[in-house]
Design a protein around this ligand. Sequence first.
Ligand SMILES: NC(=O)c1ccc[n+]([C@@H]2O[C@H](COP(=O)([O-])OP(=O)(O)OC[C@H]3O[C@@H](n4cnc5c(N)ncnc54)[C@H](O)[C@@H]3O)[C@@H](O)[C@H]2O)c1
Length: 354
Amino acid sequence: MGVFASDTGHEQVVYCQDKQSGLRAIIGIYSTALGPALGGTRFYPYASEADALHDVLELSRGMAYKNAMAGLDLGGGKAVIWGDPEKIKTEALLRAYGRMVQSLGGRYYTACDVGTYVQDMDVIARETKFVTGRSLEHGGAGDSSILTAWGVFQGMRAAAEHLWGSPSLAGRRVGVAGLGKVGRYLTGHLLEDGASVVATDVSEKALAWARQAHPEVDLVADTAALVASEMDVYAPCALGGALDDDTVPALSAKIVAGAANNQLAHPGIEKLLEDRGILYAPDYVVNAGGVIQVADEIEGFNFERAKLRATRIYDTTRELLELAAAEGVPPAVAADRMAERRMAEVGRLRTIRL
Ligand SMILES: NC(=O)c1ccc[n+]([C@@H]2O[C@H](COP(=O)([O-])OP(=O)(O)OC[C@H]3O[C@@H](n4cnc5c(N)ncnc54)[C@H](O)[C@@H]3O)[C@@H](O)[C@H]2O)c1
């Protein structure tokens, strides 16, 4: 724990409560230097208020970096609703939350995250216009995992180009940890490009999907078995913390590029990867396709425009890997530098009075 807004430099942290509906939420705005803060709402049964605060501070900061690197005119924010969505999620609670978002007057746009879905955003939108991730019937972008997977694929291609001189993954073996929404689309892109895929998931449903949709995918028992198997690229697409002190030394892959957020278990792992000669395409750079997809709703959703923007994750990843090599720092460090530079340089322009 031990993360407080005073230490992290957040612009605004708002506590929201509506006793009748049971709403307890915290909205964290890390930065609006590039525009209104955009980030999803996580609905989760945190063990304590301190845990909820810790999560929202970390996540909202991460969104500022992700949105900056995605080239969006959006700052970084995130919200958490504290409680078990299975037990307390009601229309009244979601609408109470929508009114809290509205009260910020557009400084924060919300979206889906763990525990919140497209249908929930439609309910929240009855009280606020500052909401994305809505259903297609309501002009929304729908399932954001489509462009998340597309963007991860583009980032992986850029890493392949950087390391092997060609972006093609044909003939390469890619390990996909997690065959959820993103992992499934990613598997499709990889197979289409001519790669072979080895994968795992803890869910029998996900494994059944793989056996039925892609019998050519090799399935292994668990993540440890996947990490230990021969592969060229490792794509963590399940939970955070996938790259830790046990995983990195065991990896045969020369590239890591996947969808999961917060893949580095602790600071220093980026150096461990580099020392082992593994090229790490930073998570928040390659998994920005989802936020690009929902951000497009603010202009009136257009899938082709959003896809073009997500395709540019290829160029951003290449530029970043070149910068990292030129500056002699791990890609994760170079990504933070690039994001901070954009926030400072573009954010400063508002001081030019109009
Ligand atoms: N969906 C998006 O648009 C998006 C955007 C950015 C980042 N992400 C991140 O990408 C990751 C995947 O997202 P998703 O939307 O596909 O989620 P999801 O819940 O649909 O899929 C996750 C999958 O991982 C599996 N899993 C969980 N623990 C596992 C374990 N220990 N070993 C193997 N498999 C395990 C689950 O069974 C599930 O099938 C998450 O970390 C998410 O935060 C998603």
